[in-house]
Write a protein that binds this ligand. Structure first.
Ligand SMILES: [Zn+2]
Length: 198
């Protein structure tokens, strides 16, 4: 027996999410059917609102509901340091630490030949433009400690160094293969304190 079309479509939508296989998608779809209608409407509206009201900051690439984002709009930060991360969740993790007072740049991913992600697919060109415009003295590359994250750090370092700007990389505390997003505040603090020049 096949599922009625509306539930088949709902299951299909869930399978488009990362880490959701056919079985989990079906479980979620049936769970939604049992939810009160008001909760389902709110859920649907939240999806639409998030997609409609959020955009990428035209300066740093962070996901934001105002452009420039709240961090780029904050003139009280240290203009001489830009911390480069893979995505917006890493910015949130760094901000929770409350130790970093420079600005951010969000790449929107990492270089990955396997997945066909090259420099043009990332928010790299706007970073280079920022470095020319602004009074930046140091770029801290805080990509994850994965092979793609390391390769991206090396690529950026080679790109930025000729401009004379110091390029550093998070060092101690982060274990190989670990994600910035899941690191605790103390680990991040140590990683940023122990950064090394690359
Ligand atoms: Zn921004």
């Amino acid at each position: 027996m096949q599922y009625p079309a509306p539930i088949a479509k709902l299951i299909n939508s869930f399978t488009k999410l990362p880490g959701i296989g056919a079985k989990t998608a079906a479980r979620l779809a049936f769970y939604i059917l049992e939810m009160p209608e008001s909760d389902v409407l709110e859920f649907a509206q939240n999806l639409i609102n998030a997609k409609r009201d959020l955009t990428h900051c035209s300066v740093c690439g962070n996901i934001t509901d105002q452009d420039p984002c709240i961090i780029c709009s904050d003139r009280g930060r240290d203009k001489s340091i830009i911390l480069v991360v893979e995505d917006t969740r890493d910015v949130m993790s760094m901000e929770r630490m409350q130790e970093f007072n420079g600005y951010y740049h969000v790449l929107g991913g990492v270089l990955s030949p396997m997945e066909g992600t090259g420099p043009d697919d990332l928010n790299v060109a706007p970073l280079i433009k920022r470095l020319a415009d602004e009074a930046v003295k140091e770029v801290i590359i805080a990509t994850n400690a994965t092979s793609e994250g390391e390769a991206t750090a090396v690529y950026l370092s080679r790109l930025i160094k000729p401009s004379g700007i110091k390029v550093t990389r998070l060092a101690h505390g982060l274990s190989v293969g670990s994600d910035i997003e899941y690191a605790d505040e103390m680990t991040l603090f140590r990683a940023i304190e122990g950064r090394r020049e690359i």
